[in-house]
Structure formats: structure tokens, C-alpha cells
Design a binder for this molecule. Structure first.
Ligand code: 5RP
Length: 243
């Protein structure tokens, strides 16, 4: 699984802290990435020790890891369908977390995220948004007063050029994400492409989110605004939880 930024020990503290919030009977959204993987491993240990919990994976990678760690799984459709149990909490990583103006509390400006470094943000958003509580797991390298990383945008292959034009119109510069060790583009679990769109510092993430969501050909983008309920930040010595 891809690892980016921060130390692995900090990521582990964050992931394990969030996994400790799971209680008996919970259905848990299982995020993607190296920090969420620590949460999945910890949850697997707890299930092994007798915890009754089921997972809803957000990607092929999180499904594989959860299966390997013995976590019973349930489909998103089954979980949130009319007779389903719902999703009690989702645990997922982030590429950048806005800390907002005042301290580190989740506020109007704080807690907005950029996700999609692992190209899993479409399913991640479905699961994270459906959960009663969304716990973000991160290390301090992800925190920033303002979001300024490129925004991953998953596009239908046939919509690649049209979406790129719309992104330029909105003030961004799109780059087709290429596979690191293969000669070709990254293809998502859903069979689509990813445009990494550089907009510079985002003055209004919610407005950009709405613009991208309204663009034909966009399957999903990596701006998660107003979704996070708790942010678990692993540090040198422990974990800080912002709510
Ligand atoms: C995948 C994601 C990941 O959560 C994000 O890239 C963070 O990854 P990591 O924990 O490995 O730094 O959004 O689409």
C-alpha cells in the first residue's frame, strides 16, 4: 500500500487511536492508504480478541487487508439499504487537512480535506459521507492552515478532455495521473482516470467542490468539505484528537 509523508509511527498512533473508538456491534467504513491501514490492522486484532464489528471497504486494497486480518465485511449497498444496519463510523486518511483559523478545532474552515492520493476517493466519499461519524487519521505533515495541494478528480475516460477544459476555466491546471512503474495512466478501481488539478491555495473549498461536482464527466473529486467529525493526529509522543 502506498505510503506518503509523515513518519509511520505517527500514522500508526493515529490509526490505532481511531480503531479504539469502535464498539461492539459497529459497522465500520474502512479507508484507504497507509494510515487507514494501521486502523484496519488494529481493528483486526480487536476482532481477533472478540470484538463484534464488520467493515465496509473503500477500495480493493482495504478489502484485501481487512480480509487478511479476519474482519467480516459487508457491502455498502447492504449496509445502508432499507433493512441495513447503517455505518456507525468510518476511519480514513487524508492527503491534507485544513486546520482553519482558530486553533485546531473542526470549524467552518477547519476540517476540510483533500483526499485521493491513492485514487480511491470516489468510494471513500460514498462510505465516509454515509457514516454516522467520520474519523480522519493523519500525521502532522498533513495539516495546513489552508488547502493548497492538487485536487484529485476522477473522470470518465471519455470525459478527460472536457473535464480538463472545465478545470482550466475554474482556474486550475490539470495533469493526468500516470502509473509510477507502468507506461500508462493510473486507472481507478472503477475503471476511470484521475486528473490532479493544481489550483494553488484554495480560498473557498466549498465553492470549488460545488463547481467540480457540477462538471459533466467528473465521477468524484477529492475535496471533502464538512464531512469530518473527529481528526486523530498522531504525534511524536501520542495522539491529538480534534472535534
Ligand atoms: C486514498 C486517500 C488516502 O487516505 C490518502 O492518500 C492518505 O494516504 P496515507 O495515509 O498513505 O498518507 O485519500 O485515496
Amino acid at each position: 500500500m502506498k505510503t506518503s509523508g509523515g513518519s509511520d509511527a505517527m500514522k500508526r498512533r493515529a490509526g490505532e487511536s481511531a480503531a479504539e473508538r469502535v464498539t461492539d456491534g459497529d459497522v465500520v467504513g474502512l479507508g484507504t492508504g497507509s494510515t487507514a491501514a494501521h486502523a484496519i490492522r488494529r481493528l483486526g486484532d480487536r476482532v481477533d480478541a472478540g470484538l463484534d464489528a464488520r467493515g465496509v471497504p473503500t477500495s480493493f486494497a482495504s478489502r484485501e487487508l481487512a480480509t487478511d486480518r479476519g474482519i467480516p465485511l459487508i457491502d455498502l449497498d447492504e449496509a445502508i439499504g432499507p433493512d441495513g444496519p447503517g455505518i456507525d463510523l468510518a476511519i480514513d486518511g487524508a492527503d491534507q487537512v485544513a486546520t482553519g483559523g482558530e486553533g485546531s478545532e473542526i470549524s467552518e474552515t477547519g476540517g476540510a480535506l483533500i483526499k485521493g492520493g491513492g485514487a480511491a476517493h470516489a468510494r471513500e466519499k460514498l462510505v465516509d459521507a454515509a457514516a454516522d461519524r467520520f474519523l480522519v487519521v493523519a500525521d502532522p505533515s498533513k495539516e495546513s492552515p489552508r488547502l493548497d495541494r492538487s485536487v484529485p478528480v476522477e473522470v470518465l475516460p471519455a470525459g478527460r478532455t472536457a473535464v480538463a477544459a472545465a478545470v482550466r476555466e475554474a482556474g486550475g491546471e490539470p495533469t493526468l495521473r500516470r502509473a509510477e512503474r507502468k507506461d500508462g495512466p493510473v486507472v481507478t478501481d472503477n475503471g476511470n482516470l484521475v486528473l490532479d488539478c493544481a489550483f494553488g491555495e484554495l480560498a473557498d473549498p466549498a465553492a470549488l467542490s460545488a463547481t467540480l461536482s457540477a462538471t459533466p464527466g467528473v465521477v468524484e473529486h477529492g475535496l471533502f468539505v464538512g464531512l469530518a467529525d473527529e481528526i486523530h493526529v498522531g504525534t511524536d509522543s501520542g495522539v491529538r484528537v480534534d472535534e
